[in-house]
Every structure is written in structure tokens, then in C-alpha cells.
Design a protein around this ligand. Structure first.
Ligand code: KG4
Length: 335
């Protein structure tokens, strides 16, 4: 057996985790969320600086918690992309430094592969499997026929669903990260507004029209001083944003004859999505994995979990590797 130390720094969380013999020994996360909240979104420059300040401390805490020394680790995994370029660089440089100094193999991990494998903390995978990846930067339907096999069957043609939640939250004067607050407000609202569906051909999505239709409606109400309930806008928006995902998931599950479905990424924390997916598959023989909430936000445990599969498949990088902010999941082993 072997141990993996993983580093995640793709956005606003500096995180280090260690897995040994498939057991998670530690999962340390330093979140920058309070700093970015002041700006209503992540400020890339500030994110990079904070990663730089935090990485050493988080690394030390992780090793202390796991009662391990870097010498005892077998390989270093790190998030190579997608993400913010400056933020990714801090994780890359930390991983490279350790790999060079202690002569350890380096494992580049795709951030969304990490989000998908976070579900292995719940149960082992059964294939074919449909992975519904819904985050701040991505909206993808991915079919896996075996481990480390990712086939995109549909994706957003413009904005990601999480980005759409965040922009709608902003026009409603809700704090960052908007998805969390829309989810809360929607619970007390009624579906009173008619917004554009994010439907696109096949398993694709288009969230930019929905975003614009909500922003235009709210701005119109504000300008004309017409009173409205934030809760009703949130509910009307969330229903349209999520229902289409559930509808397409039902179709894809049938077409690809899947045994299992998992949710992955920040938006998989959405309570309405979880409720509707559970309802849609409760009387079927398809197993639905809902990731625990701690796995829906960025962490290094998921990078370590993906790292275990990559280690076994000997997916290692040379020390001249760079980051890729736009890395495609299908190219997870190309760098
Ligand atoms: O996975 P993540 O950190 O994004 C990327 O790595 O790209 O997810 C962050 C996104 C944000 O857009 C946030 O608003 C959204 O996930 N989010 C939610 C919820 N919690 C977080 N969206 C809807 N409902 C939630 N409960």
C-alpha cells in the first residue's frame, strides 16, 4: 500500500490532505471566503497571495495531524486545473518543490476528476456511471465506463450553472457565494416568475439566457419601484435552473443504461437538486450518490482520492509541468 499527499489551490481554498492505505488521515482547509465576500466574488490576485501565505502552514498542520513526515509519503498530488491560473501556480510550485527535494513522484490531478472521486468516500463506483458535474466554472454530464474514463456527453455552451446562481444572487443583493443564499431564500418563496429555460440540444445547457432574463426582470422591477419578494425570484429561478438537470439526467441514465449516478461540484450542495434527484431515482434500480456537503466545497481529500487511482495507473508528471486553467476532463492524463 502507499500514501499520497494532495494539494488543492484552484480557487479560494488552500487545502492539504493525506491518504494512506485508502484511509483519509487528515483534510486541512484554509478558506479565504470571508476576504472575498467583501468584493462580492473571488479576487484572483488576492487569492494567489493568500495561497502563498497559507500553503506552508496548511502543509505543516496536515503532516502534524497525520503524524507523518514528508519522507514517509509515496507521491505528491496537486490540482493542475481548471481554476485560477495564479492560484493553481502556488499549489504547483509547492508540489514541485516537495517532489524535487524529497525525490517523490508528482501526480497532476484534474479538479473535476477530484470532485467526482469525492463520491468514493461514500461508496465504491459501479459502471457505467453518470457524473453530473455542477460547479462555479463547469456544467457537464460525464459518462464513466470504468475508472479514469471520462466521456463528456453534454456541457454548458456558455455560463456554468454555479456562475448563474452567483450572478442572480448579486442582482438580488445576496452575499457571495450566491448559490448558498438562493437555496435558502427559495425555500420560503413561490414560483411566480416565468424565466427562460437553460435547455439546449441533447445533454447541453445554456445558462446565459436564464441569467439575463432574471437580471432584466429584477432591474425592471427595481426601476419601476414595483415591490417583489427575493424569495419568489429565487424559487422561480432555482426551479428552472435545476429542473432541466434532473430531466436530462433521467434521459441520459436510460440512454446509457447506467448503474449509478453521482453529483459533483459546488452546486451539488443545492437542497432542491438533491431532493429532485432523489425523487427521480427512488423507485429505480439506479443507485444515486449524493456527496456529503463537506465534499461539495473544494478540498484536498478529493484530490488525494483521485490521486490514488492515478498513482495505480502510474500517471506521473515531469518537473517541467505547468498548470492549465482550461484543462478538459477528457485530457486528464495529457500534460
Ligand atoms: O465547485 P465550486 O467551488 O466551483 C468551482 O470549483 O468551479 O462551487 C462553487 C459554486 C458557486 O457558484 C456557488 O454559488 C455554488 O457552487 N453553490 C451552490 C450551493 N452551494 C454552493 N449553488 C446552489 N446551491 C447551493 N446550495
Amino acid at each position: 500500500m502507499f500514501s499520497i499527499l494532495a494539494i488543492e489551490s484552484s480557487c479560494d481554498e488552500t487545502a492539504v490532505a493525506i491518504i494512506k492505505d485508502d484511509k483519509l488521515l487528515c483534510n486541512v482547509i484554509s478558506s479565504q471566503i470571508e476576504v472575498h465576500q467583501k468584493y462580492g466574488g473571488v479576487m484572483p490576485e488576492i487569492a494567489s497571495r493568500l495561497h502563498l501565505e497559507n500553503i506552508g502552514v496548511v502543509l505543516k498542520e496536515a503532516l502534524d495531524k497525520a503524524s507523518m513526515k514528508i519522507q514517509d509519503i509515496d507521491a505528491i498530488a496537486f490540482t493542475r486545473g481548471p481554476g485560477l491560473i495564479g492560484a493553481l501556480h502556488i499549489g504547483l510550485q509547492a508540489a514541485k518543490t516537495i517532489a524535487l527535494f524529497y525525490n517523490k513522484p508528482l501526480i497532476p490531478v484534474h479538479h473535476l476528476v477530484g470532485h467526482i472521486y469525492a463520491n468514493e468516500f461514500i461508496t465504491n463506483f459501479e459502471f457505467p456511471m453518470l457524473c453530473i458535474v455542477v460547479s462555479g466554472g463547469n456544467t457537464e454530464f460525464v459518462i464513466m465506463n470504468k475508472d479514469l474514463d471520462f466521456n463528456i456527453i453534454g456541457e454548458t455552451l456558455d455560463d456554468a450553472v454555479g456562475e448563474c446562481f452567483d450572478k442572480v444572487a448579486r442582482v438580488l443583493d445576496l452575499p457571495y457565494p450566491g448559490g448558498v443564499y438562493i437555496d435558502k431564500k427559495a425555500k420560503e418563496g413561490e414560483h411566480k416568475f416565468l424565466f427562460k429555460s437553460p435547455h439546449a440540444d441533447g445533454y447541453n445547457f445554456s445558462y446565459s439566457g436564464l441569467k439575463t432574463s432574471v437580471i432584466n426582470e429584477v432591474n425592471k422591477l427595481k426601476m419601476k419601484n414595483i415591490p417583489y419578494k427575493v424569495e419568489d425570484v429565487a424559487k422561480s429561478f432555482q426551479d428552472v435552473a435545476i429542473d432541466i438537470i434532473v430531466e436530462k439526467a433521467k434521459k441520459a441514465a436510460k440512454e446509457y443504461n447506467v448503474k449509478m449516478i453521482c453529483l459533483a461540484g459546488g452546486v451539488s450542495a443545492n437542497s432542491y437538486l438533491r431532493q429532485e434527484m432523489s425523487k427521480a431515482f427512488e423507485n429505480s434500480n439506479i443507485k444515486l450518490i449524493l456527496p456529503p456537503i463537506w465534499c461539495t466545497t473544494d478540498n484536498a481529500a478529493m484530490i488525494a482520492k483521485a490521486g490514488v487511482h492515478l498513482y495505480k495507473a502510474k500517471v506521473f508528471a515531469n518537473l517541467d509541468i505547468g498548470v492549465d486553467p482550461n484543462w478538459k476532463i477528457e485530457d486528464f492524463n495529457k500534460f
